[in-house]
Design a protein around this ligand. Sequence first.
Ligand SMILES: [Zn+2]
Length: 206
Amino acid sequence: MEGRVASETSDSSNWILLTVPHANCPANAPEASHLCDSLSNGAAECIYEEKLLGNKVRVLKPFIPVDTPRTICDLNRKNARENPYRKGLLDFVKSNTKEILFVLDVHSYPDDHEPWKDYLLVVLDDSVEGRERPEIYSEEFVRFMNSTGTRTLLARGKNNDIHEQMRENGKKSFLLEFNEALTADRERLREICRFVLLWFNTLVPV
Ligand SMILES: [Zn+2]
């Protein structure tokens, strides 16, 4: 799992697969409750739309509707593997393994969430828990995002089972947490989505 992505990737791998496990917002959820990631669908849509700008990568939309609220089942945990969303994800990855370059698991957090409130984007690394350092590609991505002026934090993932299941199937993934302050600034959100895809474009051979 060490090293740059491109060096381990065949020429045909240029799909970015988006997942949004916390996108289902229960009806009448109090606004401050954070029972769902209110910006995760919007952020995933925004990354998807940026594919139209001549990108080399092909972005795949969330392909199965997320119909389970997090209050019923957290689709990012191991005990959710039998849920249709997770089963569909695994089937898709197994049947398109050559094409998929990376999985982006898209989330969002409230702008007053103390440890992350000074950032616009938080990247949770998919390295094995307990590993001393994050993956090199995670560090490179976060360095790139900061160089664009997007305040980005690299954090270590914990109990994120989409990470774990993708790793079991030889796929790299980032869990991207978007600051929900961006809900009110769609232009800035779009710009950040464009920078995300710019970095992935550098991984795909011409
Ligand atoms: Zn989430």
